[in-house]
Ligand binder design. Structure first.
Ligand code: ARG
Length: 465
């Protein structure tokens, strides 16, 4: 494809350099946003009489035709084009002749690309948000079924205190609610319109930036032309929100992987969401979750790429910034893929309640409750802690649990123990007793679910657009 800037040059660009320089292989995905942006720009040029309104109308129709032809597959991208912006403009000129050449009046590719990425990422952010909301709702649904499903809670991956599976899952819902908040916050700052910044110093034409901003559904035009073309904070913020979201999915994945192992066997994934081994006939592997955990590395890498790419750039546009797209687009694609695969995987998994309860019944996770029992009888916590520690050591030596000790054994350790100790250390009592706000008691988890659903409803109806 002939270069727009050929007039200034005596030689054609080297073919390899052309490939090296070209971004169409990864920015063609923005074709719709590029065309919509150009339509708004042409309408404004016509309205302001910067170009003949009749020609503006021809340009608008020409651009709509190009969009329709790309979507129907009639028009293919020219991979030798420098980027999607040059491709669309050249195609328009092919179709309209002289008139097509007027589209780029009062515009630079620098403000054009800044506009296109914002428009593209606004859509991506909304799509990710919807998927995260579905995942959060799915987790609420599963949690609701398991407000009484006792499992061990862990610290240091050692059995610690009794909780329920519902309580555990709702912790992830809290993370996802924060992820939604971060996406919405990112969206707010992404939603300003840079066109009119020109190459860097705006333009001498009497453009109407507010009109373009309104036509394209932005909240306002950007305030400084240098910043308008130099800013990629919104890419970094989105990549950061996605990296945090992926880190959450990765932690959940890690737990699912553990829970699927024979060592835990707390859940079983549906066959449709597991894979086998090519050699070991017994295997059923949680590949999806391993991939989510693995792909989290890309999301973190993309954020690092963007920060590193930007940190040394003088104002305003530098070609380094062309590297923004592959990184942030990949983060969005990865997040959408991972969230939309995890939701049905979780929806279809089998929860093996008995195994959770059996695990909870071993490992002395009611030892804190045993100490608390003595405290409630009037003993200082530190003394109660010591006596219970001695009891646990005794149990380990005699292959017993706190539940299977006899009352005599308890009383030989301390006379404050009475027959009600067995009720005090039963797993159900331990869970139900933790009925403070945020605790694992079934009624508190039910309350958490109600609150989370309310928040999901509110977040979705109010924030984006
Ligand atoms: N393909 C370029 C990018 O993605 C578009 C902007 C080019 N501007 C320029 N002056 N070379 O960043």
């Amino acid at each position: 494809m002939a270069k727009m800037w050929a007039g200034r040059f005596k030689k054609e660009v080297d073919a390899k350099v052309n490939d090296f320089n070209s971004s169409i292989s990864f920015d063609a995905v923005m074709y719709k946003h590029d065309i919509e942006g150009s339509i708004a720009h042409a309408m404004m040029l016509g309205k302001q009489n910067i170009i003949d309104p009749k020609e503006a109308e021809l340009i608008v129709q020409g651009l709509k035709g190009i969009l329709a032809d790309i979507e129907s597959g009639v028009l293919e991208f020219d991979m030798t084009a420098e980027d999607i912006h040059m491709f669309v403009e050249a195609e328009l000129t092919k179709r309209l002749g002289e008139t097509g050449k007027r589209l780029h009046t009062a515009r630079s590719r620098n403000d054009q690309v800044a506009l296109d990425i914002r428009m593209y990422l606004k859509d991506e952010t909304k799509e990710i948000e919807v998927l995260v909301k579905e995942l959060a709702e799915t987790l609420c649904d599963i949690a609701e079924e398991h407000t009484e499903t006792v499992m061990p809670g862990y610290t240091h991956l050692q059995r610690a205190q009794p909780i329920t599976f519902g309580h555990h899952l709702m912790a992830y819902v809290q993370m996802l609610l924060r992820d939604i908040g971060r996406l919405q916050d990112t969206y707010k700052r992404m939603n300003v319109m840079p066109l009119g910044s020109g190459a860097l110093a705006s333009t001498t034409y009497p453009i109407d930036r507010r009109l373009v901003s309104d036509l394209l559904g932005f909240s306002a035009p950007t305030q400084n032309s240098l910043d308008g073309v130099s800013d990629r904070d919104f890419c970094i913020e989105l990549a950061s929100a996605v990296a945090t979201l992926m880190m959450h999915l990765s932690r959940l994945s890690e737990e699912v992987i553990l829970w699927c192992s024979w060592e835990f066997k707390f859940i079983e994934l549906d066959d449709a969401y597991s894979t086998g081994s090519s050699i070991m006939p017994q295997k059923k592997n949680p590949d999806i979750t391993e991939l989510v955990r693995g792909k989290t590395a890309r999301a973190i890498g993309n954020l690092t790429t963007l920060l590193t790419m930007m940190k040394g750039l003088p104002l305003a546009y530098n070609k380094d910034m062309q590297e923004d797209k592959e990184a942030v687009f990949d983060s969005c694609k990865t997040a959408k893929l991972c969230v939309s695969t995890m939701t049905p995987m979780l929806k279809t998994m089998k929860v093996l309640k008995e195994n959770m309860r059996n695990a909870a019944a071993r490992g002395f996770i009611n030892a804190t409750d045993c100490a608390d029992y003595l405290v409630k009888k009037g003993m200082a916590f530190r003394d109660a802690y010591k006596i219970t520690g001695t009891l646990v050591a005794y149990c380990i030596d005699h292959d017993k649990t706190l539940e299977t000790l006899s009352l005599q054994e308890y009383q030989s350790m301390h006379p404050s123990f009475e027959s009600d100790v067995f009720d005090a250390i039963s797993l159900d009592t331990c869970v139900k007793g933790r009925n403070v706000l945020g605790g694992p008691a079934p009624e508190m988890v039910k309350q958490q679910i109600v609150e989370a659903r309310k928040q999901l409803e509110y977040e979705m109806t109010s924030k984006m657009d």
